[in-house]
Ligand binder design. Sequence first.
Ligand SMILES: Cc1cc2nc3c(=O)[nH]c(=O)nc-3n(C[C@H](O)[C@H](O)[C@H](O)COP(=O)(O)OP(=O)(O)OC[C@H]3O[C@@H](n4cnc5c(N)ncnc54)[C@H](O)[C@@H]3O)c2cc1C
Length: 451
Amino acid sequence: MSRYLIIGGGVAGTRAAQTIRANVPAAEIIMVSREDHPFYRRPQLGEYAAGRLAEAALMARNPSFWEEKRIDLRLNTEVVAVEPSASMVRMLDGSTLEYDHLIVATGREPNCEGVDGSDLPGVISFQTLQEAAQLRVLQGGDGRVVVYGDSLPALQMVQAAATSGLDITYLVAGERILPGVLDEDASQILDGRLHAAGVKVVKGADVRSIEKKAGRAAAVKLSSGQVYPADLVGACAAYRPVTAALPVAEGGLRVAEDLSTPWPHVWVAGDVVGDEPPFNWLRAWRQGESVGLAACGAQDSVRSGRSSVHVLNCQLMGLSVVAIGQTVVPYRSGPSEVRTEVIGEFYKKLVFAPDDRLIGAILVGNVAEAGELEEAVGIGSSRSDLDPALMKQLFEPTYRPRFIGVQCPVCRHEIQLEPDAQVGDRVTCPICGVDFELVEDAQGFGVQMVE
Ligand SMILES: Cc1cc2nc3c(=O)[nH]c(=O)nc-3n(C[C@H](O)[C@H](O)[C@H](O)COP(=O)(O)OP(=O)(O)OC[C@H]3O[C@@H](n4cnc5c(N)ncnc54)[C@H](O)[C@@H]3O)c2cc1C
């Protein structure tokens, strides 16, 4: 009986385990995770921290799942060394485990180099449930929260602090929010939402250090000398793949198109693959499935797990935002843009290469066409190949969409609804299995989680 060892109990690791079980009923599957919670939905940490979701509602699987699927889940277990030559991993407690097939799905972690004090108590990167709980306990009090970083976790933490009524300051390094992904118009819409929620946004902030008092973080200091007092600091600026346990040479982890590595029977999946944001739940899910199939020897059915198209697909301050491929076009750089006016919080833009290929898109407010556009960017469709009905729907805010659907609030998968769908209906995402309820929305249907 082959032993499949999976390091990391997040979405990529769990999907891999499920895929292996479905294909190899007799396999021995062991999953180790250094966290103390089983698989939960990271994109909902903000809602948990704001007190809108209970801890149990974050859990992505029933407690009986692991036993039913015969997955030996070992929590609070950290792998410190992978030794491919011996097909073995070594744990923090000194114990070892041998494997026949190894899947590394260790995600990413904060990279706080250059900021003194980032390891102090009271500094979090908003990556884990345990960290989100530190924000949750401040709810309803008069705590001061300071967050820095151009990342999804940063914005989720800012939103959670604002909706919890806390004093929240968001330090942004450049002149706009998420400058690598959002253009000026999209960023300004988001800025408006932050302002309305009472967030103090400080632009051009160069964070130098985190100051301490009584052994914990007490303030964030900028290189300008400006100091922002804080009871909790969100250090959410830079992240790196978690590869410390792997025998990676200089130049980083080498991953092939099919997510295999230089070592036999070792695959990687999820956020640990590559170090370029944006990181993406659905991509991790798909890669987990791909490596699960590959590890089972079902090579023919393995899709290329890596997509060259970067997609940011999220809710920012309650606003649906999708950014696909190249979205920011430097002045006179070659690509051209086709865009709508900004109408309230509705804004859409397509980016074309000089040879007329679609290379990027931004959708704000109504993101119904995200799936079709991602596919078009992925296959390099040219302007004339784009479906005229899609173009009409994209650029006419009042046009009734052909697509009657909603986005899953967790994995952002677009779910096509039945024609007779009604407010109050309960829907289950076919991808991540989360349940939610249809509510009324300016664009048709919105969604609300059910516990
Ligand atoms: C606050 C927040 C909001 C987000 N919002 C969105 C969103 O709206 N849309 C979207 O698409 N994506 C979003 N993301 C990103 C998404 O959650 C990630 O892309 C996804 O979780 C990656 O899954 P993964 O399985 O690769 O890694 P992870 O979910 O990070 O899981 C990796 C696991 O491996 C464990 N591990 C690491 N090293 C070891 C080791 N040595 N030994 C044992 N265990 C180890 C870690 O502790 C962790 O449990 C968000 C992320 C955060 C944090």
